[in-house]
Design a protein around this ligand. Sequence first.
Ligand SMILES: NC(=O)c1ccc[n+]([C@@H]2O[C@H](COP(=O)([O-])OP(=O)(O)OC[C@H]3O[C@@H](n4cnc5c(N)ncnc54)[C@H](O)[C@@H]3O)[C@@H](O)[C@H]2O)c1
Length: 342
Amino acid sequence: MGGTHVGAAKESPYVRDIYGYEPETERRNARCKELEIIPATLAEIMNNSSIKLVYIASINEVHVPQAIMALRAGKAVMCEKPMGMSLEEAAELIEVQKETGGFLQIGFELHYSKMYQQVKEWIAEGKIGTPVNIQCRYYCCEFHKKNTWRSNSTGSFLIGEKLSHYLDLQRWWFDEPIESVYSLSSPNVVEYFKHRDNHQIMTKYKSGGVATLNFIMYIAESYKADPLQEILAKQADDGHYLQYHVCGTKGAIETDVFRRRIRRWEFTDGEESLESKIVETITFDAKEDLKWFHNTHGQNMRVAELVALGLPPESPAIDAYETMKLCFAAEQSEEEGRVVTF
Ligand SMILES: NC(=O)c1ccc[n+]([C@@H]2O[C@H](COP(=O)([O-])OP(=O)(O)OC[C@H]3O[C@@H](n4cnc5c(N)ncnc54)[C@H](O)[C@@H]3O)[C@@H](O)[C@H]2O)c1
């Protein structure tokens, strides 16, 4: 992910020099050479007043300490999800942001992905009436591999690490407070994972809307990675699913990563029953995948622009905090086997 961040910074017309930090000197030098950026220690970065923006793509445990250090050093910060290892840690980061008044955005780049922006737009235009039911089905393959920091992480680690993106989307689309969450997880299929490999998370929103996120990490047959643009054709129809159904009182929306498709239904009151019609279908070319799915590149380019122009974050950290609240409540629900109310 660090390489992806560097790639965007290199393309940004607002960025001049790029510095890179890794804790081990040898790895830092090698990686910076590979990426053609300037190696630096943390202290050098924090004390260099010409460095205005820090992108954090380090391991999860150091996100918050590094973000706090950078905010206190007067830098703008774009920090990868998850926002903290606990809600207390996330809250501490929010406090420091408030205290310093610094720029802080968390890496929920799906807000910059055209597929999900289209859903937001259709909802805002009233195209599906009031959203009432959001379903997400996410089935993938095991791509964390044995003995990595991901597979060695414990408990409900995947909720913050991975599913935070998808819980964040349902929050973004409902755009209202959460009432409660209930999460279930079955015994693992992937025995060498120290964390759970499946989750069914049900969320109830204040006005009565509900959402379900159903995730499993073992079925799909092909290429061992996240949905990645260049191998999408191989992944499609072999057990990979990443779909949303957003149902409203006047219509519905479906997003389907593996079909490169987004569709919209319109409901009308027919003579004998409710009529439903597919009124819009958008498909796109493989060349555009980056913009439609995980638009990290677009997000990072935009953050450099916002910081250079002295503008505030487009996706405020306090909103990311609310998503983390949902993530940690879902974890708590699984641990305690009960509904957690907000
Ligand atoms: N937004 C997204 O879609 C997305 C996708 C992938 C990863 N991520 C996030 O990016 C982060 C990195 O993921 P990755 O897949 O690149 O993992 P990775 O294991 O490939 O890279 C992590 C890097 O951090 C380095 N590191 C370890 N301790 C550090 C420290 N104290 N300071 C600085 N660097 C340190 C490691 O040496 C390694 O190079 C994770 O937090 C992950 O959740 C986000």
